[in-house]
Design a protein around this ligand. Structure first.
Ligand SMILES: [Zn+2]
Length: 224
């Protein structure tokens, strides 16, 4: 099916590493869970001003949802749409709650040696495009990550991904933006699927056409 999309680039996100891409408004990035087991952290920044970036908290307000569904947009800290989820062939289980893993997280998990982590991957991936970020950002969109709200409505349960090999999502750019990804190196907490919790590669394709183009939905406003 993806052969129908017009694409201008294909990139590997190697296991435990990051990659960033520059998207022009109207282009899209396809994020493929090649092995079906991998969590992929994602961040987005306005290409004209990286102090404006994708905000999970503003996104939840806009959509009135814990996790995005097809047609939902991701909103910046200045409350502008930056990405829209236009297609999702996975079971639709993603996470907007959990902080990206960082060096301190692995120290708290008992690691005594440096451990690759998503937060450093963000900086590495953006630096490879010549962009230095003014500050860190733990609030990633955690693609394919399975964080389940329990029946009490307040407790979260961390579970392995439920995707299949080849499942993908497509994110459309609503402004010129950098989008960074990390094939999460987490191998201590069981979030990667297939039981062995081994980080694996993911794939990116930059799409220029033939992907679904739902209309941009406005922010949620209460009925009066
Ligand atoms: Zn991670």
């Amino acid at each position: 099916m993806s052969a129908e999309y017009q694409q201008r680039a294909a990139l590997l996100v190697p296991a435990r590493h990051g990659r960033a891409v520059l998207l022009h408004k109207g282009e899209a990035v396809q994020v493929i869970n090649s092995h079906g087991t991998q969590v992929v952290d994602c961040w987005a920044y306005n290409a004209a001003d990286v102090t404006e970036y994708m905000s999970m908290e503003a996104t939840r307000v806009w959509n009135q949802r814990l996790n995005p569904k097809t047609g939902d947009s991701f909103i910046t800290n200045q409350r502008h749409p930056i990405l829209t989820l236009v297609e999702d062939t996975s079971p639709g289980v993603h996470d907007t709650f959990m902080a990206a893993c960082d060096a301190r997280r692995y120290a708290l998990l008992g690691c005594t040696e440096p451990h690759r982590n998503c937060h450093d991957n963000l900086f590495e991936a953006m630096a490879a495009l010549g962009v230095s970020l003014p500050h860190g950002n733990l609030a990633s969109f955690n693609i394919f990550m399975n964080i389940q709200v329990q029946p009490d409505g307040i407790t979260l349960k961390t579970l392995p991904v439920v995707t299949r090999a080849g499942d993908y999502i497509i994110l459309r750019a609503e402004m010129d933006c950098y989008v960074a990804f990390s094939a999460c190196p987490q191998d201590i907490v069981s979030i990667q699927g297939a039981g062995d919790n081994t980080p694996r590669d993911a794939e990116l394709r930059i799409l220029t056409g033939n992907f679904p183009t739902p209309q941009l939905a406005g922010p949620w406003v209460p009925a009066r």
